[in-house]
Design a protein around this ligand. Sequence first.
Ligand SMILES: Cc1cc2nc3c(=O)[nH]c(=O)nc-3n(C[C@H](O)[C@H](O)[C@H](O)COP(=O)(O)OP(=O)(O)OC[C@H]3O[C@@H](n4cnc5c(N)ncnc54)[C@H](O)[C@@H]3O)c2cc1C
Length: 463
Amino acid sequence: MIVGGGIAALEAVLALRELAPRAIRATVLAPEVEFTYRALAAVEPFGLGQMRRLPLAELAAEFSFTHVQDRLRSVEPQRRTLRTESGTDLTYGALLIATGARANPALSGALTYGGAQSNPRLAELLREIRLGEVGRVVFAVPEDTDWPLPLYELALLTATQASASSVAPEIALVTSEQAPLGMFGDRASAGIARLLESSGIEVATAATAIRADDEGLLLDDGTTVGADRVVALPRFDVPEIPGVPQAADGFIGTDRYMKVEGVSRVWAAGDATWFPIKQGGIAAQQADSAAHSIARLVDPAIELQAFRPVLRAALLTGKAPWYLRAAIGDRPRTSAAGTAPLWWPPAKVAGRHLGPYLARAAGVTGPHDRLPELADVETLEGEELAETEADHMEALGLALTAADADARWRDYDGALRWLEVAEKINLTLPPEYERKRQAWERRRKPSAAEVPRSSRAAPTATQ
Ligand SMILES: Cc1cc2nc3c(=O)[nH]c(=O)nc-3n(C[C@H](O)[C@H](O)[C@H](O)COP(=O)(O)OP(=O)(O)OC[C@H]3O[C@@H](n4cnc5c(N)ncnc54)[C@H](O)[C@@H]3O)c2cc1C
């Protein structure tokens, strides 16, 4: 029984299918009907693409799991039973809790960006920026934020978009970190510092923000960083799950195989767990560890796989994305950063199974016997790096040119397929191509499968 319909849950489904395809029947208990790719939430207000959504019913058919559309209310581990919000009792052989974390405002007075639900407020801010109504925006990483990357992304995307307008605001990033994205190690952090500088973003590190008000962002040393608008990341907690031991703020403690401490046959993975970095790639690695441990219940030959976190992140910049990688706990850290992909396929969320699946399955098609696994790519330097970056730009340029050519011939399906290729190469589309995509989607003729039954021509006798 897998509770949740997010990244950790889906990675666990794919891993279990790989490890014990016949011996384990998975049920996914999740309230929604679609899997949404939250890590790409910010592309929508910037007009750089669409957040990917996959119907859970299609995934259930493809990967042979049952989807129960409900929410977990409580667990009775001794009886291996859980109760849903609608009052149904469900039994399980093994339970994986992957319910994610709840985002709460961390800085009063700021626009808290917690994903797609914050997009209307972000879109409004971008509109005000375009109209020249905002002179200075400050992006603030609150104290104790262990995954600040989404805020860097917002600052860079805002700067890229604003640079195209005649009345660009000043943009600053104020962070409690000692160095920009310092968690990725010195080399990567130095690269990010250069990127921010070249994007015209002013940076203040080791600064503790208290709150935002009309003047700007108030820091704990009594100074104020002037701002018309402040954007901040949330603070997370996990709601109570009766029957499951939870620590401070509701996070669930596990061992290194993601087994929940103090109860039998219960595992946890993802943002709901004790591990401080709330990141999709990490959630997927935890799900893989849990899946190995669960699959071992039915096949003792399966080796346990301890959770050994490696951070892999793709930072959207509005131009070519930056790839960052670091193994946590390594001294010195295996730090790498640059526009050349550091893993393949270069998915935004680097899940071992989910990454390749999402990169390939923009439109989910028939069953795959075996999906390739995500693999790290060697770090490139000097000429090799420059060459790879040039190759990247050339491949992207070719895909976009091919899309334009197909569209000129009114082959909008072909043009849209080329845009998908471009999106896989670059994770996002240049804004003018996102606008073209919307126009081409309107112009293309729907395929027979998409035409509602009632409006299809009735077959004639000769057909
Ligand atoms: C704006 C933004 C950008 C990000 N960028 C990146 C990035 O570039 N790379 C990256 O790796 N990560 C990124 N992340 C983080 C990443 O999205 C999360 O770490 C990841 O989604 C966590 O996965 P999860 O499965 O633990 O939780 P979620 O993906 O949040 O899924 C939780 C699931 O549990 C369900 N659920 C909740 N309560 C219950 C219940 N009681 N019963 C049943 N189901 C329940 C929810 O409906 C949901 O389906 C980003 C996050 C945000 C918000």
